[in-house]
Design a protein around this ligand. Structure first.
Ligand SMILES: Nc1ncnc2c1ncn2[C@@H]1O[C@H](COP(=O)(O)OP(=O)(O)OP(=O)(O)O)[C@@H](O)[C@H]1O
Length: 608
């Protein structure tokens, strides 16, 4: 397929399931709707029988008319009248049953897709952070939305097809009863159509699979462009973003075109085969009527039956591709659901209370096979101790926090929380005692109040207000247009960065964690907000174990201990004063990074 397929490889967590495995898995989703499916099945059988009855009744009508002159006119009209009534009744009944079937099917399929989507979303939520680092959110979204929808389409199509095939089955039975030789001629087209359909199957699966992947690629591209739009605008890269999108979009266009061509090629081919079939039946059927072997009505039924076969058989042909599309869509959804977690808990012991003692013992950690971040890493943090982590960028400061939060799996050594192996804790109850304040706090759409209450839903309005007031004296609330009821906008973009940090601190305070992981913001805010954040930090840190990725001079000064990291190793550790005295790596960091934050800083005076 050449360049059209470039970059559309499978995700690392993709896996292949056999058709039988997939079908078993799909059926499991239908099991709770057994009774409804039974009604649908009954409606399908009855509709098929009624639809098959229509051409048979018409054939009978033709035969009646052909008897004109041989039976009394009154008798002829009476029989024809009954036939007309039977035709009308069959039509109405078939329509009603069809309506019932479609309605119930829509309901069952809707419920199944609802459950499948829920499972896929649950699985995505349960993945550890390494999953989100590795795989684009746009592609994941595509699996949870489009792929589950494709699956629904296929289920509906399958039920329609079953109905059509049943109808064919009934008619074939009647045809064989009338004239076996002619029935065989009519059926002669079936193998040719099935052979064409099967030949088409492989090409269809490949093209539809790539069409799905390219759609995921388009989603991923839009998602990333929108997330990074402000950066793109700052760097005037809108043109590049547009260019990237143009490329992916053009690729999607070419693949969809190819898919369309593949699909449209099959129908004329099948139409030709069916045309040959009709011609044969008309010819041999006509001869049989002349020879008196069959009646004109039966001849009509044979000619009609070719069209009737043709429809479901071509449906089978096009259905194969659709079916493959649904199977590959469900395969993609199941692969997402079944993706192996990297963070594996050996046990799920509840965590009722935490003192907050943390011990890294010979921890080996890497995000990817390429680069090791920690190697035989040892660090003990006492309960209630505030440890400031400092070090150049990439030293491994954030990684320590991520391991304590159990967002990532480490490969060697152990991490003990209050002396208990972190791998044995129930993560939900453990994280209940964990407060994480990120450098750029993320707020969810809603009010400031909703966001402060985020980690402690049961908290009363008074408790929310008290938490907000404890941070920076609560003055910042007065600057918000509607106080606690101010809408923060999407991802908190409706309020300032400093205000977002204050909300994040109040949110953590309300949760009352025992261990705090805090990535101090480097973004500069106005001195007043800075002072409020500073005060807020002091309140939040009090009486808790804290791992602070420190960027503020005040934090390092007040920390119980400063741990200096370089390339994943602790190279110095001690208080601010002790480390300065030592005149090592920390002193160098202090002089280049922290010192100028001091209000007494004088570039000319090395003692300032
Ligand atoms: N999600 C990730 N996937 C792969 N490698 C990562 C990931 N996050 C960090 N790393 C790598 O791990 C190493 C340690 O990163 P870490 O973020 O812990 O450093 P840091 O000291 O916190 O740096 P900074 O101060 O810049 O945030 C770096 O070499 C970095 O490139």
């Amino acid at each position: 397929m050449g360049f059209v397929m470039d970059g559309l490889e499978a995700e690392a967590y993709d896996r292949s399931y056999s058709d039988a495995q997939l079908l078993r898995r799909i059926l499991r989703y239908f099991r709770p709707f057994g009774l409804l499916m039974l009604v649908v099945a009954l409606a399908i059988v009855l509709t098929a029988a009624l639809d098959a009855a229509l051409p048979i009744l018409i054939a009978r009508g033709i035969d009646q008319l052909a008897q004109e002159g041989r039976v009394a006119p009154g008798e002829l009209w009476r029989r024809t009248g009954w036939l007309l009534l039977a035709l009308l009744a069959a039509g109405i009944l078939s329509w009603t049953l069809n309506y019932l079937r479609q309605r119930l099917t829509a309901r069952v399929v809707g419920d199944v897709v609802f459950n499948l989507r829920k499972d896929a979303f649950d699985a995505v939520m349960a993945r550890d952070m390494s999953f989100y680092d590795e795989f684009s959110t746009g592609r994941i979204v595509s699996r949870v939305t489009n792929d589950t929808q494709d699956f629904a389409t296929v289920v509906t199509l399958s039920l329609n097809l079953i109905s059509q095939l049943l109808q064919v089955g009934i008619i074939v039975g009647v045809l064989f009863a009338i004239n076996a030789r002619l029935a065989l001629i009519a059926l002669a087209i079936a193998p040719a159509i099935v052979a064409a359909a099967l030949g088409f199957r492989h090409v269809a699966r490949v093209t539809t699979r790539s069409a799905r992947r390219v759609l995921a690629e388009v989603n991923a591209n839009i998602q990333e462009s929108l997330t990074g739009i402000s950066v793109a605008k700052t760097f005037r890269q809108e043109g590049a973003i547009y260019g990237d999108f143009g490329r992916v979009n053009a690729q999607a266009y070419r693949l969809n075109l190819r898919q369309g061509l593949v699909f449209s090629a099959i129908f004329p081919l099948l139409g030709t085969i069916a045309g040959v079939g009709t011609a044969l039946v008309v010819y041999f059927g006509g001869l049989s009527v002349l020879a008196g072997e069959i009646t004109p009505g039966a001849w009509f039924l044979f000619a009609e039956s070719v069209a009737l076969f043709w429809f479901p058989l071509t449906s089978v042909a096009s259905f194969w591709s659709q079916f493959q599309l649904g199977l590959s869509a469900s395969e993609r959804v199941f692969a997402l659901i079944d993706a192996e977690p990297r963070v594996v808990q050996r046990a799920h012991e509840p965590v009722a209370r935490l003192a907050g003692h943390i011990a890294f013992r010979g921890v080996d950690f890497r995000y990817t096979a390429r680069e090791r971040v920690l190697w035989g890493f040892d660090l003990t943090i006492g309960a209630g101790e505030t440890v400031a982590l400092v070090g150049h960028t990439g030293a491994g400061k954030s990684s320590l926090g991520k391991l304590v939060a159990r967002f990532y799996e480490f490969q060697g050594g152990e991490l003990l929380i209050d002396g208990r192996d972190i791998r044995t804790l129930d993560l939900r109850s453990y994280r209940r005692h964990l407060g994480i304040v990120q450098q750029t706090p993320f707020l969810f759409s809603g009010t400031v109040r909703d966001n402060i209450r985020y980690g402690a839903q049961e908290a009363s309005d008074e408790a929310v207000l008290a938490a907000a007031r404890s941070i920076g004296g609560g003055d910042w609330l007065d600057a918000l247009p509607q106080g606690l009821d101010t809408d923060v906008g999407e991802a908190g973009r409706g309020i300032s960065m400093g205000q977002r940090q204050l909300v994040a601190l109040a949110r953590t305070l309300l949760q009352d964690p025992s261990i705090l992981i805090l990535d101090e913001a480097t973004a500069s805010v106005d001195p007043l907000t800075e002072a409020q954040i500073q005060e807020g930090l002091e309140v939040v840190l009090k009486g808790r174990t804290a791992l602070v990725i420190a960027h503020r001079l005040s934090t390092v000064r007040q920390a119980d201990r400063i741990v200096v990291l370089r390339q994943g190793e602790v190279i110095e550790s001690g208080t601010h004063a002790a480390l300065l005295e030592r005149n090592g790596h920390y002193a160098e960091l202090y002089n280049t990074y922290f010192r100028h934050q001091s209000p007494y800083y004088d570039p000319q005076d090395p003692a300032s």
